[in-house]
Ligand binder design. Sequence first.
Ligand SMILES: Cc1cc2nc3c(=O)[nH]c(=O)nc-3n(C[C@H](O)[C@H](O)[C@H](O)COP(=O)(O)O)c2cc1C
Length: 190
Amino acid sequence: MGKVKIDTGMFSYPMPVALLGATVKGKPNFMTVAWFSRVDYQPSRLAVAIGKSHYTTRGVEEHGTFSLNLPARDLVVPVDYVGLHSGEKVDKAAVFDVFYGELETAPMIAQCSLTVECRVIEKVELDVDRLYVGEEVTVYAEEEVLTEGRPDLGKIEPYVLSMPANEYFPVGEAFAKAWRVGREYERGGK
Ligand SMILES: Cc1cc2nc3c(=O)[nH]c(=O)nc-3n(C[C@H](O)[C@H](O)[C@H](O)COP(=O)(O)O)c2cc1C
C-alpha cells in the first residue's frame, strides 16, 4: 500500500463543533462553526474562520465581539439547524436560551456548559472567509462539568465534525497523558 495524492480540503481531521454568537440588528444570532482553534497562550486567544456573507458576521463586524459555545451531543439537532439556516431568512434568536457577560454584545447559550466571550483583536481577509482572532475575555462553565476546577471533556460530551464526509462523531475516552507519555521514548519505549 502506497501513498496517493487526494484533493486539498480532504484533510478530514476531526474538528470540534461549536456555536458562534453575535448581536445582529440588536438581536442574538448563532451559527454553527467548526473552523476554530486556540492560537495564543497568555492572554488566551482563539481564531475562527467565518464566511464574510454570513448574517452573524455582520454582528461581529458591528460590535467587534463574539462568543463561542461548546454544545453537548444532546443539542445536535438545534446546533445543526442554526448551521443550515441563515439569520437573514429565519429568526434564530429563540433557538437557545441566551445570557450575556461583561462584553454585553456577545450572546452566550445557557444550554452549553462551556462558553467564552471574545473581543476581536485581529482580522485576516481570505477569499470566502474572514479569520477573526479573538481575545478571551471571560469563560463561563457549569460547575457540574468541572473536575478540580477544570473543564472535563468526559462530562461536557462535545462532538467533532469530519469533512468532507460531514458526519458527527463523539469524543472518546482519554488514552494517554499529553506532555507525559512521550517520556517513555526517552526511556527506550516506542
Ligand atoms: C457542522 C457545521 C459546521 C460549520 N462550520 C462553519 C465554519 O466554521 N465557518 C463558517 O463560516 N460556516 C460554517 N458553517 C455554516 C454556517 O453555520 C451556516 O452557513 C449558517 O447558516 C450561517 O448562519 P448566519 O447566516 O445566520 O450567520 C457550518 C455549518 C455546519 C452545519
